[in-house]
Design a protein around this ligand. Structure first.
Ligand SMILES: Nc1ncnc2c1ncn2[C@@H]1O[C@H](COP(=O)(O)OP(=O)(O)O)[C@@H](O)[C@H]1O
Ligand SMILES: *[C@@H]1O[C@H](CO)[C@@H](O)[C@H](O)[C@H]1NC(C)=O
Ligand SMILES: *[C@@H]1O[C@H](CO)[C@@H](O)[C@H](O)[C@H]1NC(C)=O
Ligand SMILES: *[C@@H]1O[C@H](CO)[C@@H](O)[C@H](O)[C@H]1NC(C)=O
Ligand SMILES: *[C@@H]1O[C@H](CO)[C@@H](O)[C@H](O)[C@H]1NC(C)=O
Ligand SMILES: [Mg+2]
Length: 503
């Protein structure tokens, strides 16, 4: 059957041809497809690189901006350009030689912050101080920084400030630039700025800088390597300001916080950097060290002056109040930074801490302070004067002049004695949880207080004093024993004396 054989052969040939066409089509389409893949992959790679390069560029731009922000803070000429011409030649020259010395110091500080951990000043701690430290607890954290209490090898407690990896600053940066390492460096600039500001703005009410460590975070503390822009700031350790707790404290302690704040603002109004405004003025930017208020967050301190053409350019806006300040002939808003600070002190601190339970002798003085700061009628000098005046009266007891001197004659005094087995009663706000312990200027004031408490029959002037030097007096309704105590005096109401001094 040759025909059948032929047709079979033809079919096979056809099949072969079709198959090979199919195969070649397939191959070419695969090739095309492959070409497409490679085209797309080229495109995405190029796009990624472009985008990455632009992100990197933006981040580098940001890093430079941060650096530029710090440099003028280092330069001693920072706030000197305007009165340059006003200075007579000689004093100007001497000023300049001082400045040269200053600037050498300051640039060595900058180099150090940027490049290493060597000590800038003899009393400063460096990375070596952090070897063998022990972390104790987290003291606080904010948008930018994490603050940890550690005990150094010698046992000394300090606060370490680090970049807060979980903070908003870091989070936003990584979202924008997708570069954790670069972001850590960027956020570290805030720590570097803070180091410089702490160096230049030394004051009893600014947290004390003990040192810093650039590079890896501490010998003991984990964390990778060397020159990645990381910074650890070593500070004296304080206690975060607890407003709720402060609201329950004696007026004397609340007054102290306000006075310290005013002293700080007075200093900032004419600091080495010029008039400095605290742009983020909230209680959480402060700590106390043995009851003394200290500013710890200097990120948002600004010595910039606002330029203006007319008064309307010099407005201070707050949620419930706006103010307009004068524009000077030189075209700057006069006292804008100072006034901003005063109003913030009024709204975040004075309104909560000052009027409540002020001693009766001070109410008109406190009202006056509240009004002149709340209306921005007083500058910081006048405000400080008003506060120091109250302190003086408080220490001297002059505000108590209208207490009858005879009042103390109702009491029998036993010097060199203390009491035990007291029947305590509570009063508020007491320095002691169990009993009624208040500060007094003298036995006379204590007698006045005892007379005003129905439960009070005796009081003891302990040897202890408050920060103003006032005496701590412990009031009680009765006691069972007198005990020898060289530092204290017991006063007993005369009518109750026989009953109280059993044995
Ligand atoms: N020296 C310190 N001692 C104790 N706590 C501190 C100290 N410094 C800061 N803190 C606490 O850490 C928190 C964060 O520090 P801060 O400098 O304000 O960081 P951020 O710039 O992120 O707000 C503060 O609100 C404060 O409660
Ligand atoms: C893909 O990239 C290579 C090398 O960069 C290039 O030679 C090629 O022309 C690119 N292909 C396309 C389709 O863009
Ligand atoms: C403060 O000024 C702003 C802008 O001019 C205005 O919107 C706001 O209502 C003012 N607030 C008060 C309390 O006057
Ligand atoms: C200041 O005193 C004036 C006049 O007594 C009063 O109208 C104003 O509300 C007071 N302002 C503040 C902030 O207490
Ligand atoms: C405030 O007091 C300082 C001195 O403490 C003084 O140099 C400055 O001129 C005073 N400012 C005003 C506005 O009185
Ligand atoms: Mg803060």
């Amino acid at each position: 059957m040759p025909e059948m054989g032929n047709s079979l052969r033809a079919a096979a040939l056809l099949a072969f041809v079709v198959l090979s066409i199919l195969v070649s089509l397939l191959i070419s389409s695969v090739q095309q497809f492959g070409a497409r893949i490679s085209y797309f992959s080229n495109a995405t790679v190029a796009g990624d690189e472009e985008e990455f390069a632009s992100l990197r560029g933006a981040l580098i731009y940001q890093l430079n901006e941060r650096r530029k922000e710090i440099i003028p803070l280092l330069s001693p000429d920072y706030d000197d350009d305007d009165d340059e011409n006003g200075l007579p030649g000689e004093s100007r020259r001497s000023l300049h030689s001082d400045q040269t010395q200053d600037s050498i110091l300051d640039y060595s500080l900058w180099n150090e912050i940027t490049h290493g951990s060597r000590r800038a000043h003899m009393d400063e701690m460096g990375c070596d101080s952090l070897v063998d430290m022990q972390a104790v607890e987290i003291l606080g954290s904010g948008y930018t920084k994490l603050v940890v209490k550690v005990n150094l090898a010698g046992g000394q407690p300090v606060a370490l400030k680090l970049v807060n990896e979980q903070g908003i600053d870091m989070g936003k940066c990584v979202e924008d630039f997708r570069d954790p390492r670069g972001c850590r460096e960027l956020v570290s600039y805030k720590l570097k700025k803070e180091i410089v500001l702490l160096q230049r703005l030394q004051h009893p009410n600014v947290i004390k800088l003990k040192g810093h460590c650039a590079g890896a975070a501490g010998g003991g503390g984990g964390g990778g390597g060397g020159e990645d822009g990381r910074v650890t700031v070593i500070l004296e350790q304080g206690n975060p300001l607890q407003m709720i707790q402060l609201l329950q404290s004696p007026w004397e302690d609340r007054f102290r916080v306000c006075l310290d704040l005013v002293r700080l603002l007075h200093f900032l109004s004419q600091s080495p950097l010029g008039s400095v405004a605290l742009l983020d003025f909230q209680p959480r930017q402060f700590v106390t060290v043995s009851g003394e208020l200290k500013l710890t967050d200097l990120d948002d301190a600004s010595a910039e002056e606002t330029s203006c053409q007319r008064d309307a350019d010099c407005t201070l806006q707050f949620p419930h109040r706006n103010f307009t300040l004068p524009c000077s002939a030189q075209g700057v808003c006069v006292g804008l930074n100072e006034k901003r600070n005063i109003y913030n002190a009024y709204r975040y601190f004075f309104t909560y801490l000052l009027p409540h339970q002020a001693p009766p002798g001070f109410t008109h003085l406190v009202d006056h302070i509240m009004n002149s700061t709340g209306e921005l009628k007083a500058d910081i000098n006048q405000t400080l004067e008003a506060f120091e005046h109250i302190l003086l009266l408080y220490k001297s007891g002059l505000h108590l002049d209208n207490l009858p001197p005879s009042i103390i004659r109702d009491y029998t005094v036993m010097r060199g004695m203390g009491t035990s087995g007291n029947a305590e009663y509570r009063c508020w706000p007491s320095y002691s949880q169990q009993g009624c312990v208040l500060s007094v200027h003298s036995a006379r004031e204590a007698a006045f207080i005892c007379n005003s408490h129905s439960q009070c029959n005796s009081f003891t002037l302990t040897g202890r004093k408050t920060w103003t030097g006032r005496l701590l007096a412990s009031f009680s309704s009765s006691f069972s024993h007198l005990v020898p105590d060289g530092t204290s005096e017991v006063y007993v109401k005369k009518t109750k004396a026989p009953e109280a001094s059993t044995v």
